[in-house]
Design a binder for this molecule. Sequence first.
Ligand code: PLP
Length: 418
Amino acid sequence: MNRRQVLSRLAVGAALFSAPTPGAFARAASLPEPGLLSRDPEGYWTRVRQEQFLLPHDRIFLNNGSLGVTPKPVLRAMTNYLERAAAMEMDDAPRWGYETLDAEREEMAEFLGCHKDELAFTHNCTEAMSTIANGLDLQPSDEVILTNQEHAGGTMCWRVQEKRRGLRMRQVGIPVTPKDPSEITDRLISAIGPRTRVLSFSGITTTTGLVLPVKQICSAAREKGVISVVDGAHMDGQIPVNLSDLGCDYFAGSPHKWMFAPAGCGFLYGRDGALDRLWPSIVSSRWDDKENLKAARFMMVGTNNRAIFEGMMAGLRFLKHLGQANIYTRLQYLASLAIRLARQRNYLELVSSDDPRCYQAIVKIRFKPENVQPVLDALKKNKIVFLGGREIRLSAHVHTRPGDIEKFFAVCDRALGA
Ligand SMILES: Cc1ncc(COP(=O)(O)O)c(C=O)c1O
């Protein structure tokens, strides 16, 4: 296919995915017909990869946990918006940073199971976590409990408060392969002491992909009068998320990982009333207009690129069109394949849990041999993208073919002479 043909195919996708009207989206016939999924799931997902992504046939991308691959409709929604903005087609200034983006927040809130007034768009999860940690009125010697498996974005936001305001930060060890998810709840809740004000933890850990029992933890924290902050970077798009039902006080999301959003998209959730208590960190006019702006107070951050949020909304529609349940089933199928293949190799240890209640799309393995350089070189030569070294984190998404995972292990076998 030449460049013009590619562009014209993208243009069709854009017309279907970027328009905010539901009717326009319903015409998105460019996905394979749903019946194919039940008749021939591999045929269906192969076509999704070929027709909806720009990934070349020989590229194997197994690091969606860091940043997802942008699908064509999302790309086109962004370029479309940029072109319209450059042509000054809209009457408003084509940007975000001073807008409340009500329609977009409404649509996203519906997907996340909350109200738009509880939801602000940010640039990533780190920004949302820092906004929470910096915005709470905590006193010196108040304690914040974290797990020992947090990402830097969910840790350093508290560390800076510890250094600056004398807050006490305590990391509590949680099991990587719990016998039962309730073990994690028990560990965290029993660690709460008289000075504990906040419990801040990942819903799915970055280290091993462990899925935590978020609802149980938040409910037990609330019973003890402790604020719950969920670093949900790996949750939205990887597992079903209903924020009201989860019962957390605050949640930070990263739709550019699992929700097909382009890089630079995040969100901050605070349950009804919780965002009112938060001081914003980046401010412009209307930063204090709690009554009218509600969560949108946290979006008054100065001029930004609106096109990425157009892309984020196109990603959300793409996800909904593929079907949440179909995606979640596929992700766990791919992860379980990786677990099975890892278990068959005696040069590997499975680090992450193989209890279906505790994993979803992320699998962590460890090589027993110390020198893994030949493996890393071979994987690179075979155009396989992953995260790690002697320990490797595999995170597949719907564009991943089962053959990609098989190839990953076959390349490891050959490199180690196994
Ligand atoms: C658990 C967790 N929290 C936060 C982040 C940071 O996300 P972002 O890059 O969207 O700020 C990551 C990124 O990998 C993560 O895994």
